[in-house]
Unconditional design. Structure first.
Length: 116
């Protein structure tokens, strides 16, 4: 079994930056890719970015160039570095793992609030 824990959410001023963490524990050997999603109230959960075991990354068009995915393999952690945040970036942020057997695991989410 694999467990994911997100952290790092909170209140940030518009124009500021925030770094979210997604830490994996348990059966980390099944990890194929890790991704970050965002879900605003009343809206669907949208994929923001994904990173593979080999370090390949892909970003959704709205965040490409503004967000990055640094990672710390020793800590089994992938980060979501968000820069130049706007009010529309306020949402719950989730990470997921797509396993080698096409199984999917989710974290509990972390909330980001952006003040103007």
């Amino acid at each position: 079994q694999l467990q994911l824990v997100e952290s790092g959410g909170g209140l940030v001023q518009a124009g500021g930056s925030l770094k979210l963490s997604c830490s994996a524990s348990g059966s980390i050997g099944i990890i194929n890719t890790m991704g970050w999603y965002r879900q605003a109230p009343g809206k669907q959960r949208d994929l923001l970015a994904r990173i593979s075991n080999g370090g390949w990354t892909d970003y959704a068009d709205p965040v490409r160039g503004g967000y990055t995915l640094p990672r710390n393999d020793a800590k089994n952690t992938v980060y979501l570095q968000m820069n130049s945040l706007h009010a529309e970036d306020a949402a719950d942020y989730y990470c997921d793992v797509q396993g080698t057997s096409f199984d999917v695991y989710w974290g509990q989410g972390t909330q980001v609030t952006v003040s103007s």
